[in-house]
Design a protein around this ligand. Sequence first.
Ligand code: PMP
Length: 355
Amino acid sequence: MSKYWSEAIQSLTPYVPGEQPKGSNIIKLNTNENPFPPSPMVLEAIHQFDTDRLRLYPDPDASALKLSLAEHFNVKANQVFVGNGSDEVLAHTFMAFFRQPQPLLMPDISYSFYDVYCNLYGIEAKHIPLQDNFCIVLDDYAQANGGIIFANPNAPTGRALTLEKIEALLQRNTETVVVVDEAYVDFGAQTAINLVDKYPNLLVIQTLSKSRSLAGMRVGFAIGSAELIEGLERVKNSFNSYPLDMLAQATAIAAIKDNDYFVETTQQIITMREWTNQQLQSLGFKIIPSKTNFVFASHRYIEAAELMGFLRTNQILVRHFSRPGINNHLRITIGTEAEMQAMIDCLKRHPDIIS
Ligand code: PMP
């Protein structure tokens, strides 16, 4: 607290991201980064980049990037919005659409940033409980609302909804904006992007941080009706007209272009995820079926906090959430084959794990 702070910021609760350690001998499975380097086309774009251009401001509309995303997803360029990571796209989305008299509906266990933005912008949230098996039940979202947001697949549970369920919600809920946060969709779930032309109140948000290995560049985007995108542009332009720096725009275009690399690396992560699941199960873990680049697991006898600490002393970072309902689970990002093997070998050394 400081006497210089305005009342508005006194009560803000910051989002606490997973640790970003400085040391190099650490196996980092705590923030769902991609273990593969960015596509060789991204490296090529960096080598080709004309640094003299850095004197100039970047394209405020990121037109070339929007065009490449529009072509890739078969929509028009005015249906695409880009921002510094999907976190920024989410921030603008909350500001643009969810400051309503009715509460925003969201799952009670989901990406914790949603509550941070509600807090920041004074948006009332209504948290809808998940089922005991962590499934989102969209039938429960049939009440008056100022908007709906959920992640598909959900985080940190990793469970995915089918498109049929999402479409049924869209048929019922036509008066307010429905946001589907698809940060992890490429690891086995179905995207709702194909529904945006049919439902003008649907906004789909994705990121290049996960399946495109570009977390460090901070590129996220939203796809929806031109009407929703215009709303987002209004908010963005009142904050900062330059959403993405030049290098981020150039590398994002290259990452989208290299579809073969994307398909190949994503498939390898999915294969490694299934291997990790099997290994964890054989060590006494219960697994939630995941459609993401992480697994969400709880051990039958050993507390998650204890296991996280044990892995940590062995230089392996995984994520543990202290909030009730999920505090006996670990969220483990899928890393390289060697990293996953090291994580499993480490768990086998735990005195209470029988392998
Ligand atoms: N949505 C979800 C569900 C996430 O887990 C994350 C990553 N923590 C994000 C959005 C934001 O990702 P980024 O800002 O890197 O695009």
